[in-house]
Design a binder for this molecule. Structure first.
Ligand SMILES: [Zn+2]
Length: 142
């Protein structure tokens, strides 16, 4: 994520997250990143995550791993910004969570931000509980 964020600096970039769940459903592992869709559009303070090729990618993934690897969420960069979701991020992520077609009622969002992308935030958007901050690493500079 950091490498990709640096490659696209000063613009935002991001992809979907690939992972799996524990048998009891209480733990999610993020194992890989989906490819960057060619129709994605990153600007200084906004990012549109494209969709081209993703359906195929996830279908193949399901087949290869017998359904044990699948979509678990999204990540994107906030170049020189706080690794916390914007109002738009909150809305988009909740939309994904509520979308029954995506079938991801507990959707992860990872944001890499800060100077040189050394800050990170991990959030879960839950259909039942809303936004939950799982992890937040921010450097306090005085
Ligand atoms: Zn954002």
């Amino acid at each position: 994520m950091t490498e990709m964020a640096q490659e696209h600096y000063p613009n935002e970039v991001g992809t979907s997250l690939v992972g799996c769940y524990s048998d009891d459903g209480f733990e999610a592992s993020v194992l890989d990143l989906a490819p960057l869709s060619p129709d994605s559009k990153g600007q200084r303070t906004s990012f549109y995550r494209g969709t081209v090729g993703l359906r195929k990618f996830f279908a193949k993934l399901r087949q290869t791993f017998s359904g044990k690897r699948h979509y678990v969420g999204e990540w994107h960069s906030h170049p020189d910004g706080a690794p916390t979701p914007s109002g738009t991020d909150d809305r988009n992520q909740l939309d994904i969570t509520m979308d029954t077609k995506t079938n991801c009622p507990e959707c992860i969002l990872i944001i890499v931000g800060g100077p040189n992308f050394n800050e990170m935030g991990v959030f879960v958007y839950s259909r039942k509980q809303g936004k939950i901050t799982l992890y937040l690493m921010q450097n306090e500079e005085i």
